[in-house]
Design a binder for this molecule. Structure first.
Ligand SMILES: Cc1ncc(COP(=O)(O)O)c(C=O)c1O
Length: 432
């Protein structure tokens, strides 16, 4: 497996360039800020910034026309789409680009309203971000269908398959589920759940997955997920080192059954059927920069390779997971000794990603977050648009919520050391 060299990684991110600036990123400039709010949005990689700058400065015009600048704009957009699709193992026709995942889920759920019938049932996981909940509640209401919640365990926040089984009946049409929780960091076994759905019902039950929290910790091969029963998958590229866009995959068989959400004359184009917003040309073009980056990262660690882009990305994803895992483990170990409640598994594991949420006895999450900032640690606090799981777990003040430390593979060991000494200074020791 690739062993990630963080100094090499950081050279690809302009925020770490030693420009003397002070405002962004961990150890960006001379102020020693360490950035642990990556689940809110990651720093953009150099090649994305370069491509965006080139598009805006050289050919920010209506693309695909006769003028050279129009032709170039079109070529750049095509490259953005084809490279992004290749990263994920997808056919370019199956890559849908929207302004955000929230918008993409709204579009997808609206597309479902023609397929759902009165009396049908949909199952929504309580662990999800509201983007993959609200859209389905609204679609169910429009279609006269019933929405039921797959409740999370009140103690652990986990989703238990036995609970899901109890909810399935012959009217169940879909399950909306997050690939991993942006609060407790647990990874849900999508393939296992797809199998469970297949075995539990004679009727097809569609599995709709939210990959927004999962993808920054290693992009998934969506073709593999699709082959194993995931019918739709969404994630956001501003959380995977790119521009502010949402990627959506819909299995072609499902896509053909849904009501298109595009202009009538575009319904024959698979990639356009669920383009309900009109794309941001420059942001699409710049997505190719994510591919540039992962290709370079692979080459720097493994040398030139004849393997496909998606295989290179998978090798990088494995390395990123392992690297982040090693960074997060001592932070969890530190928190286990503090007078805090950790939301989610208290140790790193194969089924946990490097997002750590906790609450403190006797101090608000807001005040802990502020204290962390005094130590130049950028963290987050609140419910992160996933208040339902926090409520289930007994969080009383949802606005205050929990403190969240979310890692990216450009965080360094010295960032973690700074974080650990800040936690030691701020949090009371657990009384044994
Ligand atoms: C797990 C999860 N799902 C969905 C979303 C919504 O994504 P977007 O901001 O692209 O609408 C977020 C955003 O933070 C998220 O964390």
């Amino acid at each position: 497996m690739i062993s990630l060299d963080v100094e090499r990684v950081r050279q690809h991110f302009p925020a770490f360039a030693n420009t003397g600036g002070s405002e962004t990123g961990s150890r960006a400039g001379d102020e020693n800020w360490c950035f642990f709010e990556n689940a809110g949005g990651t720093l953009p990689v150099k090649y994305v910034v370069d491509r965006l700058h080139r598009f805006y400065s050289k050919h920010k015009v209506q693309p695909y026309g006769h003028a050279p600048m129009q032709a170039q704009a079109g070529r750049d957009m095509d490259e953005g789409r084809t490279r992004m699709a290749a990263l994920l193992g997808l056919d370019v026709d199956d890559l849908i680009l929207g302004p955000s995942t929230t918008q993409n889920f709204n579009t997808l759920a609206t597309g479902f309203t023609g397929l759902l019938e009165a009396g049908d049932e949909i199952i929504i996981s309580e662990q999800d971000h509201e983007a993959n909940i609200g859209a389905w509640l609204r679609a169910a209401k429009l279609a006269g269908a019933k929405a039921v919640f797959w409740q999370a365990n009140a103690e652990t926040g986990e989703l238990e398959q036995a609970e899901l089984l109890k909810l399935i009946n012959p009217r169940t049409r879909l399950v909306a589920l997050t690939h991993s929780s942006n609060i407790i960091g647990s990874i849900n076994p999508l393939t296992e759940i797809a199998d469970l759905l297949k075995n539990a019902s004679k009727q097809k039950i569609f599995l709709i997955a939210d990959g927004v929290s999962y993808a920054p910790h290693g992009l998934p091969a969506i073709d593999q997920l699709a082959a194993n029963g995931v019918d739709a998958y969404c994630f956001s590229t501003y959380k995977t080192f790119g521009t502010h866009m949402g990627v959506m995959y819909i299995h072609p068989e499902l896509s053909s059954k849904l009501t298109p959400q595009c202009h009538y004359f575009n319904t024959g184009k698979r990639a356009a059927r669920f383009d309900s917003a009109g794309p941001d040309h420059a942001s699409i073009a710049a997505l190719a920069g994510i591919a540039d980056y992962l290709e370079k990262l692979y080459a720097e660690h493994e040398g030139a390779s004849a393997t496909s882009l998606v295989q290179q990305v998978q090798a990088c994803s494995q390395a990123i997971k392992k690297y982040e895992h090693d960074l997060a483990a001592p932070v969890l170990a530190c928190l286990r000794n503090k007078n805090v409640r950790i939301f989610g598994q208290a140790t790193m594991s194969e089924t946990r990603e490097a997002n750590i949420a906790f609450s403190t006895v006797g101090a608000t999450a807001a005040s802990v977050n502020q204290s962390l900032a005094q130590h130049h640690i950028a963290a987050g606090h609140g419910h992160f648009y996933a208040p339902r799981v926090l409520k289930r777990m007994g969080c009383e003040d949802l606005e205050d919520g929990v403190v969240r430390l979310s890692f990216a593979h450009y965080n360094s060991l010295s960032d973690v050391e700074q974080l650990l000494s800040a936690l030691d200074a701020i949090l009371p020791q657990r009384k044994s």
